[in-house]
Ligand binder design. Structure first.
Ligand SMILES: C[S@@+](CC[C@H](N)C(=O)[O-])C[C@H]1O[C@@H](n2cnc3c(N)ncnc32)[C@H](O)[C@@H]1O
Ligand code: SF4
Length: 348
């Protein structure tokens, strides 16, 4: 175990989830309290570990790319850009046996608390997703969730998802207006996806279940920046929570001008320190491990689960060096971190 003693110096800011805005906070809080002590303790360490500069033997959380395939080509998505310029890596599903090995290792001492099935791809494309959720729950993972474009979420799939034990489902839906939605979410069908979300909620509510907690979220960008109020009006009566995240610039194809509505010119109050390198690890179907949600091009490869254990990677030299760099306030010496949207958003 490393980095577990030193507190961060005072001028270093560790902002948690600062690029998202959540609404219906009361509802979320109530739901969280109803989940009991295991859940609340995990949320506590999620906030505490980065601030204390503490890392355990394995991450608190895994982001597992259930599939790198996708049935949409959204205009703001880095996956779409990389497909177009031929730099996207292999399109494949996460192998189930490899997945169970990963979960067995990270849950054996009860340290892994949460999993999100996502990265660049649509998790529901992986036919084993339900099995993967059930396996994680059977191994005691407290919070299991995924993001989805909901295009494949017909009534049968909705019932399977609801009965899988998954804790949260986040629907991505980028405009309250049909024409705009279809323009942004290329390959998506506004009517079909909206119906899928409504049906999902009806099935869950008819079963009198409070799980999974649902959220509909939009990416706020130039194209839809005036639509937030309408978006909220559309979805507040349907799902549990509504949110938006700012469009993030992945530094691909100089898209800034077309998308950005919030740039990095706000003066930082302190020196940025990324929370993710103390909380979570991203694992891809080819075994590659990356440190954060921003590294779309996978430039910061921390290791490969096919070659090393998760514990070895999480406590290995690459992770330790990156943490030390951030702890010393010199995140900008790393090329990927210097350009990271999270480092540049600061407080909104
Ligand atoms: C990459 S998708 C993968 C999961 C699934 N396919 C979906 O659309 O929800 C995960 C989330 O990232 C969001 N996203 C895509 N491009 C983004 C960008 N440039 N900035 C911020 N969020 C983005 C999507 O809207 C979605 O909510
Ligand atoms: S559905 Fe998700 S992964 Fe697919 S292109 Fe859209 S944002 Fe990207």
């Amino acid at each position: 175990m490393q980095n577990n003693k030193k507190e961060l110096s005072e001028n270093i800011e560790v902002l948690i989830d600062h690029n998202h805005k959540f609404f219906n906070e009361d509802k979320l809080k109530k739901w969280e309290i109803s989940q009991g002590d295991d859940y609340l303790n995990y949320r506590k360490i999620w906030n505490e570990y980065p601030k204390k500069g503490f890392v355990d033997s394995v991450p608190i959380h895994l982001d597992i790319e259930a599939s790198s395939a996708c049935n949409m080509k959204c205009i703001m998505c880095p996956r779409t850009d990389m497909l177009l310029d031929g730099t996207f890596w292999k399109v494949e599903n996460f192998n189930y046996e490899k997945y169970t090995k990963l979960i067995d290792e990270t849950t054996k001492d009860g340290k892994l608390k949460s999993i999100k099935f996502q990265y660049l791809g649509e998790p529901l494309v992986n036919k084993n997703l339900i099995k993967m959720i059930k396996y994680a729950k059977s191994r005691g993972v407290v919070d299991v969730m995924f993001n989805t474009n909901a295009a494949l979420l017909n009534k049968k799939k909705a019932l399977e998802v609801i009965n899988s034990g998954v804790d949260k489902v986040f629907f991505s839906f980028d405009s309250p207006y049909k024409e705009k939605y279809n323009k942004i979410r290329v390959g998506g069908d506004y009517d079909k996806v909206l119906t899928n979300i409504k049906n999902f909620m009806k099935i869950r509510n008819d079963l009198k279940k409070t799980k999974p907690l649902t959220r509909v979220q939009m990416v706020l960008m130039k194209d839809n920046k005036e639509e937030w109020e309408e978006f909220k009006k559309l979805f507040e009566p349907i799902v549990d929570t509504v949110a938006f995240g700012w469009w993030m610039d992945y530094n691909l194809n100089n898209k800034k001008e077309d998308f950005i509505i919030k740039d990095g010119t706000t003066k930082p109050e302190g020196v940025f320190c990324c929370p993710q390198i103390w909380q979570r690890m991203f694992v891809h179907p080819d075994g590659v491990v990356t440190p954060c949600c921003f590294d779309a091009k996978r430039e910061l490869k921390m290791g490969n689960m096919n070659e090393n254990s998760i514990e070895e990677i999480w406590n290995g030299k690459k992770y330790t060096d990156l943490r030390n760099l951030h702890k010393s306030g010199k995140f900008y010496e790393n090329d990927v971190c210097r350009n990271c949207a999270l480092a540049n958003f600061r407080k909104s």
